[in-house]
Design a protein. Structure first.
Lengths: 137, 367
């Protein structure tokens, strides 16, 4: 599900477009709210409240009974609903494999490509120290 | 004396209309979009998110646009907005050790595992204005290199292995996390509340306070053990789902300040620490925060509290720029009644003064 939280709503919707979606209903209508983000003292100590973030959430139930939950940073309630729908579909015997293969796997690959590109750009700024030999330079 | 303050509605309405006009500026110039602010004035957005205490780039960009670039006004707008949404709960504490690092430097060790990674930084620029930006030129694509998969442990963890630095205080079982947005602040305040206060505190105020410790007002001999900036994952325990769900990633800057020793008859001397953490790329803010966090530990570390930066009531009561600007700027709102009473009093005093002088003057004239 982390992959979906990192994707854009449009990307998820585009990948779901080719699915003959089963009947489903909102178990929790999408809503926006806040989550208090916590850090730790010194990075690894006792928790403290750093500040809030906007979060959207939704829950969807398939006619076959599977319940999916969608949570994401930001205020895009459609994205929360799409994540909840995917979460429910992944659990269903009829759709689980296809959603993993056609929605989540390609989005995961895109995410990995973006991260690798960012990591490569970062790596180019790593300092290579060398020791000057006396008399040179 | 009672002075009725009424009227002015039309003037106010027209003033706001004029403000909207001025905000838009010259119509011959394209209107700035939220994407442009978020992408090209990213550090202003980071600051508004940090001090507005709300992670939402789009809202921060909107606030900056609405505030005409006045960041404290933008922070005010963001703080007001957050009051309109319900809170679902608190996240699991983020793990900055697992950060996807975009920048990570240490001024204490040259050869840290994972290396010194400069990332996008103003450091080492010559601070010369670049006329090419006035023209609008496309920058070169960033250089790339093979990314190492080596972990980037925190410098404080490395020092901690040898016991050279104090370990971070751990929470007691079942201890709740203080939240100054929910309970009024009381002094003395625990470290969790102090860090929350500093994290949303004004960068300029914290910079000045941190600077004052370096200049000797609460000296604590700091080294920038490590500064890191990058993305961390956020998880939230969802009551309805019954497990921790991923929310996505946020960008954070963390500063670990390493400071001079503490020790006692029973404890070997070791370095002490100050901590800074903020949304986005906020290096000046987190460094200042870490300096002030360390200074505010004076009481806990048995140091004499003499300097302003060590005085938690002073620091925490004046760090919030929304509170500060509210109180300072309220002075420009009508105080006609207050002032009338002061004026009345002053006139009376002056009359008494004149009356006291008058007989003297008459006496002198008679002599």
């Amino acid at each position: 599900m982390a992959v979906l939280a990192h994707a854009e709503a449009g990307e998820i919707a585009a990948r779901l477009r080719d699915f003959a979606l089963p009947e489903h209903q909102d178990l929790r209508a999408p809503e926006n709210g806040l989550v208090m983000l916590r850090g730790r003292v010194g990075g690894d100590g006792a928790p403290f409240n750093l500040g809030e973030a906007t979060v959207s959430r939704a829950a969807v139930k398939l006619a076959s009974g599977e319940v999916g939950f969608g949570y994401t940073l930001g205020r895009n309630s459609e994205k929360a609903r799409l994540i909840a729908l995917c979460d429910a579909l992944v659990q269903s015997r009829d759709f689980g494999g296809a959603v993993e293969r056609d929605v989540i796997a390609p989005l995961r690959e895109q995410l990995m490509i973006r991260r690798q590109q960012a990591a490569a750009e970062t790596a180019a700024t790593k300092v290579d120290f060398y020791t000057m030999v006396r008399g040179e330079g | 004396m009672y002075v009725a303050v009424k009227g002015g509605e039309r003037a106010i309405e027209n003033a706001h209309r004029l403000l909207a006009h001025k905000r838009r500026g010259d119509h011959g110039v394209p209107e700035v979009t939220l994407d442009q602010i978020s992408e090209q004035l990213g550090l202003a957005v980071d600051r508004v998110m940090s001090e507005g205490s709300l992670y939402d780039r789009e809202l921060a960009a909107l606030a900056i646009k609405q505030a005409r670039g006045d960041l404290i006004e933008a922070i005010f707008l963001v703080r007001a907005f957050r009051a309109t949404l319900p809170r679902f709960g608190a996240s699991e504490p983020v793990d900055t050790g697992a950060m996807r690092v975009q920048r990570r430097v240490s001024s204490t060790f040259k050869d840290i595992p994972g290396g010194q990674i400069l990332g996008p930084t103003f450091d080492y620029t010559h601070r010369l204005l670049d006329p090419s930006l006035a023209q609008g030129v496309a920058p070169e694509a960033p250089a790339t290199a093979d990314a190492s998969t080596a972990p980037t442990p925190r410098v404080t963890d490395i020092l901690g292995r040898d016991g050279l630095i104090e370990s971070s205080p751990q929470a007691e079982d079942g201890a709740s996390v203080g939240d100054l947005t929910r309970e009024p602040l009381n002094f003395p305040a625990d470290r969790d509340l102090r860090l929350q206060n500093l994290a949303r505190g004004d960068e300029g105020f914290l910079l000045a306070m941190g600077y004052s410790t370096q200049r000797g007002y609460g000296r604590n001999h700091p080294f920038a053990g490590e500064i890191r900036f990058g993305e961390v994952e956020v998880e939230f325990f969802a009551e309805d789902a019954g497990f921790a769900v991923p929310l996505g990633a946020i960008e954070l800057t963390e500063c670990q300040m390493v400071n001079q020793f503490k020790g006692s008859a029973t404890e070997a001397p070791c370095f002490t620490r100050g901590y800074g953490l903020a949304f986005g790329q906020s290096e000046r803010k987190t460094m200042s925060m870490a300096l002030v966090d360390r200074a505010l530990r004076a009481r806990e570390l048995g140091e004499e509290v003499r300097a302003p930066a060590q005085d938690e009531e002073f620091v925490m009561s004046h760090s919030d720029n929304v509170q500060a600007t509210g109180f300072v700027e309220h002075l420009k709102l009508p105080h006609y009644v207050d002032f009338q009473s002061e004026l009345g009093l002053l006139r009376k005093l002056r009359q008494e003064f004149a009356d006291a002088q008058a007989p003297e003057a008459m006496k002198e004239a008679a002599e």
